[in-house]
Write a new protein. Sequence first.
Length: 443
Amino acid sequence: MNELIGRKVMKKELNTDIDISSAIQLPAMKEYGDKIECGRCGMKHLKAFVQLSQNFYFCPSCIQFGRVDSQEIFYHLPETQIVPREVLFIWQGQLTDGQQEVSQNLRTIITKNRNGMIWAVTGAGKTEMLFHAIYEALEEGKRVGLASPRVDVCLELYPRIQEVFPEEPIALLHGKSEIPYNYTKLVICTTHQLLRFYQAFDLLIIDEVDAFPYVNEQILHIGAQNALKETASLIYLTATPTKELLQKQKINELETIILPARYHRRKLPVPKLKWCFQWRKAINQGKIPKQMLSLLHLLMKKNNVLLFCPSIIVLEKLYTLMKKQLPDGMVAAVHSKDEERAEKVMRMRKNEFRLFLTTTILERGVTFDQVSVMVLGAEHRVFTESALVQIAGRVDRKMIHTNGEVWFVHDGQTREVKNSIRQIQQMNKLAEEQGLVDELCLL
Ligand SMILES: [Zn+2]
């Protein structure tokens, strides 16, 4: 029966031996005139478009989770009691002053059951700031969810959270997982998996809230809302908040905590600009633009270089040209359709390549030692303000400083390019005003 607590699932999704006799039954779909609303993802469709036969409809919006149709029923059990308990929490690390303040403010927001946003710069050390809040919530008997739009973020979070709560059973849920679902007080899942929950969480934290696909999929937003209990706290984590989140902050729907500095007390590297006239034409003609090549050689004297390309086509052309310029094995390229992607990223982590060409797939969620970053064609529409801030944020994340630099190579500056630089500068200024950064001692 525990399987049903805080869940909303159809019979076909349950193990056959589960007794559903005392479960609450909820309609799978609700009719509103000529429209019909899905009980799982909340989307409304015109009946005429989703009709299977007479008075029989289905929802196309969430069909990837198994079909919801008007003949189905959802089974649900509410969580009736919140019982305080003892939770083993072992974490020996120390928070910086900035992290400490965020951690404290976060706990205050959660105690008030308010919604909040942690806006912490790339490489600030977000996960550590959550530990105490999660610990307190669990000790109060609350059910806690940690969700991210990206599976790899969930996979990285899971061992880190399990390590600090060694006795806590944690459910790790994502599309590729084959482990059967079990009730746990602590859940780590993709934002898609939230659609199977209903009034489950007292505290729900969504990491990388501005990342694809959460950022532009309405069903995931509805899923997150429905996964919350009536009295609960929803916390968003981001380094690059969307306009919608900033708007919510303005009207005080979200209590916002800003952490403008990284844990190592150095400022964020500010991107530098290099104008490269008609770079695309040059590459199409089989030439690497001279300014770009000399800059690359300069950067590679100190660090490895991550070179972001605006498309797979550009990436492949440039890769062919670069292989002729550099000794064998020094350069590699990766993109979303590359089957060896994970292996290449791992090899880059081991510093096996000096130059690593990539598309925006590596804009976030990865940390390499000793890198500088170059963005080729920074004016391209794939390089939004948040993508550029995230890309710039790949540099200087480790404790040891290696003089990593960020360069935007462009053929005409866009508003996104200017705004991304302004955003980074503003965060640095804020960090300085709050005394969270030190002057860099160059040896
Ligand atoms: Zn649906």
